[in-house]
Design a protein around this ligand. Structure first.
Ligand SMILES: Nc1ncnc2c1ncn2[C@@H]1O[C@H](COP(=O)(O)OP(=O)(O)OP(=O)(O)O)[C@@H](O)[C@H]1O
Length: 762
């Protein structure tokens, strides 16, 4: 089952104007609820005539009440909690969009948020269960509550004065993450819970920022442990309610130094979360959970049970790009699968162990999102022995993404009022037949919105995600597009992981900054200069006077500027009047080039001049002795002579007339000699196509016009075949170096290449 994603648009705040509303809720054609809304529409900031639509499990408009959210989204999970499933509910959104309001809410009954209502539901169900079982079953509720502030975990039952600077450590056991030494308090009644919760919230880090007078400066994680004992059997499940801190654009917050450091930490952890979600959705082998404590704890996609994400949105234009970024994130999150596995029951042995005493201290290990079921397990039923990974999965009709038998537990009471409210601001009067909305798509004009025949829902989602990413990247640095690059070498990856480990062991503020630097480097090696620069910017508050860091940032900024200018120039060139023939390559030209050789050819002098001397490794040279504020520690970056760099692996050069070539490949490579451009004269279009082909990433290649899944597989297979042919070589990596070469690959042909070219707009 996937993560359930529900979006909530908060009402306008005092200073916000109706005419600035850009976010609206609407209904999609495959929405089976009675008049409920499930889609967010927002204009493309680059072209207001075009709208992006994002479909979620449900959407709550500005009029939705706290009760609507709870009754429709959270109340149904209480039942599952009592059946032994863990439940995770987290609020995500930009600062000031209403996360804390949704999770905690206000003091009055109607304003109470998801958390107090959830507890109320838990106690109500407990009483009913105890009553119905005539005292055979008993339920105990206990809570722990902590915050992740500046990537450190602090127990919210302890006052800030009592905190130790490094905070509580995390430990991993059996693939699960635990906070060590966390206080757990039993709460016998709702009143008791509320008293403890309010007390603990006083310890939470909040501050006034320009965007929110009571901005949460930390991620708050509340864990409610429900233990149901029937005879000798105890079943423990955990409800985790997480109020994430909001991402902040510091150009808007005008934060001072302290807030900036907090903000950098918040942004970093959310950035890592986004990277995790992206990696999961792309089925990458490495999910960067370990790069922040929040992602380690949240373990999105690794946890079991039910997961609900409440996406909080501000309706107005000033949040436009941030809202798009949140929507893109949520769109990926909704595809993450969560295993529907209930917790095992535990059986008391002869010496019963109390679990609900108020405990603390480093010997207690608890897992915030999933209970450590083994802690009091003394005997297990024989049946449990047979339990394995194929444990029976329960069906959750409540959270099916598709049509449900019953109407969506949406906000029926408010659905129509939401619509009316939206009408009143002049944007909901939606002239488009709702049938035209699919899961997520852009429509050229709201009036002409249409479903593109033959394009799958998934493809459209990917296209919109990509488009939104481009817009966001351009916002970051006015960079028009992001070019995929081939993967990171094993050696670099190994070094990155080594650094990660070192940073993990360091528990001082420098480690925070070092983490940003590490992430910047990770981005840099992947060729993601925009993100690398962003990470350096996040590292800056930690090393404010570090010249080397400033120089690195300057180099990156310059590189991006040059790249941008080159792109603009090439775009202009590509728009030359038609009829100008592209130069032909001589028949014997070497098209498939080794990585090293091709990159040498491609790099212009200007780029080389701007090359960061430390780009290839994470050790700074001895030539920078005066600049040691972030790199000279044993535990962090180690110095290394440039000359000690390992020699680059040799790469075999393949030629068209290579006699050893696989017969299939050989046959196809000799088929035709189409019009092509030489490597040195590649247009942006050619470069774009080749860079996609050379990723060997099926999901990207199949998006090229005229390719599709089957052809993409053939292309990748063909490249792999060539590599396998030469697996005895030290490095057999290969790149397709020209469109001519591409056209000669099995199953491609000149027509396909022309198709690919025609669909790319430069
Ligand atoms: N649904 C709502 N109804 C009424 N007021 C709301 C609603 N949502 C948010 N607000 C108001 O908007 C302001 C910001 O909300 P809140 O503090 O919950 O944002 P946040 O996302 O938690 O921000 P941060 O990430 O900075 O902590 C508050 O004044 C809050 O009362």
């Amino acid at each position: 089952m996937s993560v359930r994603v529900v979006a909530r648009i908060r009402p306008l705040l005092k200073a916000e104007l109706e005419r600035d509303i850009v976010v609206q809720g609407t209904s999609s054609p495959d929405n089976d609820s009675d008049g409920g809304i499930d889609t967010i529409r927002i204009p493309n900031p680059r072209n207001e005539g075009e709208d992006f639509s994002f479909q979620f499990n449900s959407v709550y408009g500005m009029q939705a009440t706290q009760d609507d959210i709870f009754q429709n989204e959270v109340a149904p999970t209480v039942k599952h909690l009592f059946q032994g499933f863990d439940v995770t509910i987290f609020a995500y959104g930009v600062t000031g969009t209403g996360k804390t309001h949704t999770m905690r809410g206000g003091k009055t009954l109607s304003e109470r948020g998801v958390i107090p209502r959830l507890l109320s539901g838990i106690y109500r169900r407990s009483r009913k269960l105890e009553k119905d079982s005539q005292g055979v079953a008993s339920v105990e509720v206990a809570m722990s509550y902590y915050e992740i502030y500046n990537d450190r975990v602090y127990d919210l039952f302890e006052t800030p004065e009592k905190r130790t600077s490094p905070g509580l450590p995390l430990r991993e056991q059996n693939g699960k993450t635990f906070v060590v030494g966390l206080t757990e308090r039993p709460c016998l009644s709702l009143k008791e819970f509320e008293t403890l919760y309010d007390q603990a919230n006083v310890n939470r880090s909040t501050s006034a920022t320009k965007l929110n007078a009571h901005s949460s400066r930390s991620h708050a994680v509340l864990c409610v442990k429900v233990s149901i004992t029937t005879g000798d059997e105890t079943r423990v499940s955990m409800a985790s309610a997480i109020d994430l801190a909001g991402s902040e654009d510091n150009r808007r917050t005008e934060n001072g130094k302290e807030r900036l450091v907090e903000s950098a930490s918040i942004n970093k952890s959310l950035f890592v979360l986004a990277q995790c979600v992206e990696a999961i959705s792309k089925k990458q082998a490495r999910i960067p959970y370990r790069e922040s404590k929040m992602t380690r704890i949240l373990s999105l996609g690794q946890n079991n049970g039910l997961t609900i994400m409440i996406l909080n949105l501000a309706p107005v234009r000033s949040y436009h790009l941030d809202t798009l970024s949140s929507l893109n994130f949520a769109n990926r999150t909704k595809k993450i699968e969560v295993k529907e596995i209930e917790n095992e029951p535990m059986f008391r042995g002869p010496a019963p162990i109390r679990t609900l005493a108020s405990v603390s201290g480093p010997s207690i290990q608890r897992q915030p999102l999933r209970p450590l079921t083994n802690t009091e397990l003394t005997t297990m039923k024989n049946a449990m022995a047979s339990r394995s990974s194929d444990k029976s999965a329960k069906a959750f009709t409540v959270y099916s993404d598709k049509a449900r038998a019953t109407s969506r537990p949406s906000n029926p009471s408010t659905a129509s009022s939401q619509r009316r409210a939206l009408d009143s601001v002049g944007r909901t009067a939606d002239p488009i037949p709702s049938r035209n909305f699919k899961n997520i798509h852009t429509s050229k004009s709201p009036r002409k919105a249409g479903w593109t025949a033959g394009v799958s829902k998934e493809n459209i989602e990917q296209m919109v995600e990509k488009k939104v990413e481009e817009i966001l990247a351009a916002r970051a640095l006015n960079e028009p597009s992001k070019t995929p690059v081939p993967g990171v070498s094993e050696e670099v990856q190994r070094r990155l992981e080594l650094l990660e480990e070192r940073i993990e062991k360091k528990d001082d503020t420098r480690a925070e900054g070092l983490t940003y630097l590490l992430m910047a480097k990770q981005h840099q090696v992947r060729g993601e200069d925009v993100s690398a620069l962003k990470m350096y910017q996040l590292a800056l508050p930690y090393f404010p006077d570090n010249e080397k860091l400033a120089r690195k940032m300057h180099i990156l900024q310059e590189r991006l500027r040059i790249k941008r200018e080159k792109q603009q120039q090439q775009t202009a060139e590509a728009c030359q009047p038609q009829g100008q023939k592209l130069p032909q390559i001589p028949a014997a030209e070497n098209h498939i080039l080794p990585i090293q050789e091709q990159s040498k050819k491609k790099r212009s002098r200007t780029f080389r001049e701007l090359e960061d001397p430390t780009d290839d490794d994470y050790q700074l040279g001895d030539d920078a002795p005066s600049d040691r504020s972030f790199e000279d520690n044993e535990d962090s970056f180690r110095f290394k002579q440039k000359s000690r760099r390992a020699p680059r692996p040799k790469i075999r050069v393949f030629r068209d007339n290579d006699g050893d070539m696989d017969p299939v490949v050989k046959q196809t490579t000799l088929l035709t000699r189409p019009r092509a451009v030489s490597v040195g004269e590649q247009t942006p279009r050619t470069r774009h196509i080749l860079s996609i082909i050379n990723t060997r990433d099926l999901s990207q290649i199949r998006l090229l016009k005229g390719v599709g899944a089957k052809k993409a597989e053939t292309i990748v297979d063909c490249l792999r075949l060539l590599e396998e042919e030469n697996e005895d070589q030290e490095n057999n990596s290969m790149l397709v170096g020209s469109l001519a070469e591409l056209s000669r690959m099995k199953g491609v042909g000149t027509k396909t290449v022309e198709n690919m070219r025609s669909a790319i707009i430069v």
